[in-house]
Design a protein around this ligand. Structure first.
Ligand SMILES: NC(=O)c1ccc[n+]([C@@H]2O[C@H](COP(=O)([O-])OP(=O)(O)OC[C@H]3O[C@@H](n4cnc5c(N)ncnc54)[C@H](O)[C@@H]3O)[C@@H](O)[C@H]2O)c1
Length: 270
């Protein structure tokens, strides 16, 4: 299987290439980037490790050489700045993305190729790829709430002091400020992790049952904990609801989220 990573010289693209190398599940990894030197450097770095990892062809290429790829991963684009939403990137990244799609069309691509969009705003750019490339929507995937789901699970696990794989939960919707945590799907070590039922007060918190809160972590990181809200969750250890902070604002059981949803201030902005 051949994978071409457009934007592969950047942080996300080069990490994707490294993950593909370590997993050893593809035979060919091509790195394309507007910055040719960066693409070359990343490809060489990976290539130098290939003798101890897997037999793969790894190189810096171009659109013509990418035409027979099974998968195109598109990570090219600008990152958002702190306090900028993913949607704020639209003006800067849409033009750039259109240019990439035009280059793909000019050089040609297999009609059964998969296009995997990572660049933000990912939902919009994924739809744009469907339209501009004329591919069935099933062949064009965006890395959206899969990432948010993984983050959500890891944050819950950290809060509950559980192994991350023991926490299941789901984020749906836009990969952005309106993403939606599906609390009814959340389980911790097989037990339901419930949404808040009432305002927390110290009297109904079993002594010693409250784990270190998000707010405490935020405070430790020297940042404001103001976006974080209080909620309850069933403790897998005690089986009772204990109150702790979590970074969601709730409108209903499976809650609507606010701009700061699922983004505690100590989590890196990507
Ligand atoms: N969907 C997600 O879950 C998710 C997660 C993380 C990052 N992102 C997005 O991925 C994108 C990349 O993030 P990053 O941190 O790797 O940024 P980065 O700046 O490290 O890398 C971007 C790369 O794209 C290259 N590039 C720019 N224009 C190009 C073009 N026209 N053709 C080919 N290459 C081009 C740059 O030279 C650079 O190497 C951003 O838009 C970011 O918001 C999305």
């Amino acid at each position: 299987m051949k994978v071409s990573i457009i934007g592969g010289g950047g942080r996300v693209g080069s990490n994707a290439a490294f993950a593909l190398q370590c997993a050893g599940i593809v035979s060919e990894i091509q790195i394309l980037d507007a910055n040719g030197d960066l693409a070359l450097g990343e490809a060489l770095d990976l290539l130098h490790g290939s003798s101890v990892i897997a037999d793969q062809r790894i190189y810096a290429g171009d659109y013509a050489r990418a035409a027979d790829s099974d998968i195109f991963v598109i990570t090219a684009g600008l990152r958002r700045k702190p306090d900028e939403s993913r949607l704020d990137l639209i003006n800067r990244n849409v033009a750039l993305f259109e240019q990439i799609l035009a280059s793909l069309k000019t050089a040609g691509f297999r009609k059964d190729a998969l296009i995997f969009v990572v660049s933000n705003p990912v939902d919009i750019l994924t739809q744009l790829a469907v339209v501009r490339l004329g591919l069935p929507w099933k062949q064009v995937l965006g890395l959206g709430t899969m990432l948010d789901t993984a983050r959500f699970r890891s944050l819950l696990a950290d809060e509950l002091k559980l192994a991350p794989t023991q926490v299941k939960a789901l984020i749906l919707g836009e990969h952005g400020d309106t993403m939606l945590p599906i609390w009814s799907s959340a389980t911790a070590a097989g037990l339901p992790a419930s949404p808040p039922r009432s305002k927390p007060n110290s009297s109904n918190v079993p002594k010693g049952a409250e784990p270190k809160s998000f707010a405490a972590k935020a405070a430790r990181a020297g940042r404001s904990a103001s976006p974080l809200q209080k909620s309850s969750i069933v403790s897998p250890k005690t089986g009772v609801s204990s109150f702790q902070s979590r970074p969601f604002s709730r409108a209903s059981t499976d809650c609507a989220t606010s701009r700061s949803a699922f983004r505690p201030s100590w989590v890196a902005v990507v």
